[in-house]
Ligand binder design. Structure first.
Ligand code: GSH
Length: 203
């Protein structure tokens, strides 16, 4: 039995989206990272970082959203086409998953927090603008990578696209205009239009 901990409005959205893509039965424990649930010792025993998501699959306990997704896709996604077909494309899936976490996640979250999420009196417009600037380089890299291909690892949608698109989905609530990155923008819309992404969003 698979159990996923973490409310949809958290990084648990990433494995939730993948679980819906895979069509696997799972229990969704809607643990809110903002409240006291996260301090519960039983939960801390699963995830000593005190964060969500956490995945439990039989005897295996995993945390870190990208690791969870690479594991789920590798174990259950071959038939569904979500795990890349070649070792080279597995390499590309890992590259893009690490890349989005190291190059994009922090500046994009900062833009989102300081333009939409924090109460207005706590927002720092300079911080938002500086971090928008920091995203120009990685967004240009992704846009160029998508100039002559539709997907990041192989010729179909895989966990590589899901992991990167799930992080970049923050561009929408952050109202981050993507007109300078036409390939990225089309690819992101294509990924976010998937029925499993919609299912995860309302889970
Ligand atoms: N690198 C981790 C980050 C997990 C994370 O920071 N989760 C947030 C919710 S989106 C959290 O649980 N925060 C609780 C806290 O920081 O106290 C991952 O990708 O899974």
């Amino acid at each position: 039995m698979i159990t996923l901990y973490g409310i949809t409005q958290s990084r648990a959205f990433r494995p939730l989206w993948l679980l819906y893509e895979l069509g696997l039965p799972f229990e969704h424990v809607k643990l809110n990272f903002r409240g006291d649930d996260i301090k519960d010792p039983t939960y801390r025993a699963l995830n000593p970082n005190g964060r969500v998501p956490t995945l439990v699959d039989g005897d295996l306990v995993l945390w870190e959203s990208m690791a969870i997704n690479l594991y789920l896709a590798r174990k259950y996604g071959t038939g569904a086409g979500l795990w890349p077909e070649t070792v080279e494309d597995e390499g590309r899936a890992m590259q893009w998953s690490f890349w989005v976490m190291t190059e994009v996640e922090h500046p994009l979250l900062t833009v989102l927090m300081h333009s939409r999420v924090l109460p207005e009196d706590q927002r720092d417009a300079d911080k938002a603008s500086r971090n928008r600037g920091l995203l120009k380089a990685p967004f240009s890299v992704l846009d160029a990578a998508l100039a002559d291909r539709d997907y990041l690892a192989g010729d179909r949608f895989t966990v590589a696209d899901l992991n990167v698109a799930a992080v970049l989905s923050w561009c929408k609530p952050a109202r981050f205009g993507l007109k300078d990155y036409p390939n990225l923008s089309k690819w992101l819309d294509r990924c976010l239009d998937r029925p499993a992404r919609r299912q995860a969003q309302v889970a």
